[in-house]
Design a protein around this ligand. Structure first.
Ligand SMILES: [Zn+2]
Ligand SMILES: [Zn+2]
Length: 342
């Protein structure tokens, strides 16, 4: 599948990604490394170049980026190494030690990077596949009422599409996201939301599972991975709905489905970044049915099956009890079955 952001081969099927994990960030016998203090400035303007195996320890990659920031006048040399930004590893998975990065395996998220520096970084630092200028907010739609305007980060150079590997009790899922426009979820050893969904599946055995604020589709695809016969994923935000459909495709070999039909394209979806009325983006039939919509969760009842469903509402602001009670009651007044917040 061609990457809609860069036209390259960023998106690979889940088995290829999973097979690569055991060695993708391992050091070879020749790999050398220094562990640098992230809370201190870089001493000197030195960084090591990649090993003959094409890998380089993450701290050296950060030192390289730091030197470019010094050259570009973004840093003075007094700032700690961590001031360059946050590394998002591609593919991201739960690691017990810091990685030896291979080419195109890091998206840099930085609040201070300039466009000139970003362009230099993707050319001069082989490990970096994309540079995103970020802010102190969550990109995409975080307001369930859809009344406040959405915000995004800015992709300054390269491509910001990357994969994360999420474990479920039925096996792993490979989930692609586009970091400038989507909420970041880090793969962890235990994922409480996935565990919450699995508990409900284990006790209720639903025929239909609905992931009504799907993000990149992790929880809906987790239900599909567990063999739930009907799965519906939906999100009001174009990027979330689009990447849910991509992630259905990437993980399709884990489901009992025939061909996946896409009803929209990335470019077409960018014309309607937020939708209220649900529009079908992709579907697949077979022994399992899996459907992806873009739309407001409050309007999703219009397209749901008439039988009871097990619905998961992965909303952003879960701490306001009155608000979440109201949301759950509103859902239950329209949709038969069970609803929960993971
Ligand atoms: Zn790409
Ligand atoms: Zn090496």
């Amino acid at each position: 599948m061609r990457c809609p952001v860069c036209g390259g081969d960023c998106i690979r099927d889940a088995p290829a990604v999973l097979e690569s994990l055991s060695s993708v960030f391992s050091k070879c016998e020749e790999c050398r490394f220094r562990i640098l203090d992230k809370n201190a400035p870089l001493r000197g303007r030195f960084y090591a170049t990649p090993c003959a195996c094409n890998r380089r320890f993450i701290d050296e990659v950060f030192a390289h980026i730091y030197v470019i920031f010094l050259d570009e006048g973004i840093l003075s040399g007094d700032e700690p190494l961590r001031a360059v930004g946050s590394p998002l590893i591609h593919p991201g998975f739960f690691m017990t030690s810091p990685p030896f990065l291979s080419p195109d395996s890091l998206v840099l998220l930085s609040p201070i990077v300039t466009e000139e520096a970003a362009k230099r970084i993707v050319v001069e630092v082989p490990e970096v596949k994309g540079v995103v200028k970020c802010g102190d907010y969550v990109p995409g739609v975080t307001d369930l009422s859809l009344s406040s305007p959405y915000r995004t980060y800015q992709l300054l150079a390269g491509c910001d599409v990357r994969a994360g590997v999420f474990s479920t009790r039925a096996g792993p899922l490979v989930i692609y996201t586009q970091q400038s426009v989507m909420h970041i979820e880090f793969p962890r050893l235990r994922n409480p939301k996935i565990q919450s969904v699995e508990r409900h599946l284990g006790t209720r055995h639903p025929t239909w599972c609905v992931d009504a604020c799907s993000g990149a589709g992790t929880l809906g695809l987790c239900a599909a991975r567990h063999g739930v016969l009907g799965v519906i994923m939906s999100d009001a935000w174009y990027a979330a709905a689009y990447w849910s459909a991509v992630n259905l495709h990437v993980n399709r070999m884990f489901f009992k489905i025939d061909e996946i039909v896409f009803h929209s394209t990335y470019d077409a979806m960018q014309e309607h970044m937020v939708r209220r009325d649900p529009v079908r983006i992709a579907d697949a039939g077979g022994d399992q049915s899996i459907l992806v919509y873009q739309g407001d969760y409050r309007e999703l009842w219009r397209v749901l099956p008439s039988e009871p469903v097990c619905a998961v509402l992965d909303i952003f602001h879960k701490s306001d009890k009155d608000e979440t009670d109201r949301i759950l009651q509103e859902w239950q007044s329209r949709v038969p079955g069970e609803v929960f917040i993971p």
